[in-house]
Design a protein around this ligand. Structure first.
Ligand code: SF4
Length: 189
């Protein structure tokens, strides 16, 4: 397998996603990068909602991301808050309007419909896409930005989720969020 056919499929699916976003009435005002930043901020944890983390996740320049974040702030979709422990650091949070918007968008209706029609094969597809992503990330040594519950630092203390890296307790809802510090279990010593 050369990967060309799979590459074509991924390209086509990405194009369809962009077209859907452009045509969606709730997204008419937003550039694709602003949508991507918003969707990331809706899915990441409190260690990962900084401008730098958004930049790393999207793989774009600081300047480009900074302009997009300013635009989202001006549209009333995100707010900046100062880190209580590090006054130089800011966190970006979605406003209620943005949360409502994201809830309308994710997952896209066409995707949910197609997966529903695929039945049990949809679960296998999700598993294989996850495997593909992890394999690429390992071989290219790029940050995983994985979900907290699959991290090698994820622990349970007194029946509650706990981060073994930061040595802090985690909210139960946080274990399903994206973290910039995530490391896959395969790398455990
Ligand atoms: S356990 Fe891993 S993914 Fe979860 S908060 Fe800690 S470093 Fe991040």
């Amino acid at each position: 397998m050369t990967g060309t056919a799979l590459f074509d499929l991924l390209e086509r699916l990405t194009s369809l996603m962009r077209v859907w976003n452009r045509q969606h009435p709730l997204l008419a005002d937003l550039q694709p990068i602003q949508v991507s930043a918003l969707l990331y901020l809706a899915r990441c944890n409190h260690y990962s909602n900084t401008p730098l983390a958004v930049t790393e996740y999207l793989g774009l320049t600081k300047g480009t991301v900074s302009q997009s974040l300013k635009a989202l702030e001006a549209k009333g979709l995100i707010v900046k808050t100062q880190d209580p422990r590090d006054k130089r650091s800011v966190h970006l949070q979605l406003t209620e309007a943005a949360r409502t918007l994201v809830a309308e968008l994710v997952p896209p209706q066409f995707l949910g419909t197609a997966l529903g029609r695929m039945g049990g094969q949809a679960d296998e597809l999700e598993r294989l896409f996850g495997l593909l992503l992890r394999t690429i990330q390992q071989s290219e040594e790029v940050p995983s930005f994985g979900l907290c519950h699959s991290c090698r630092f994820h622990q349970q203390h007194d029946g509650q989720p706990f981060c073994g890296l930061t040595r802090e307790p985690l909210a139960p809802a946080a274990i399903g969020l994206i973290c910039r510090e995530h490391q896959p279990p395969e790398e455990a010593a």
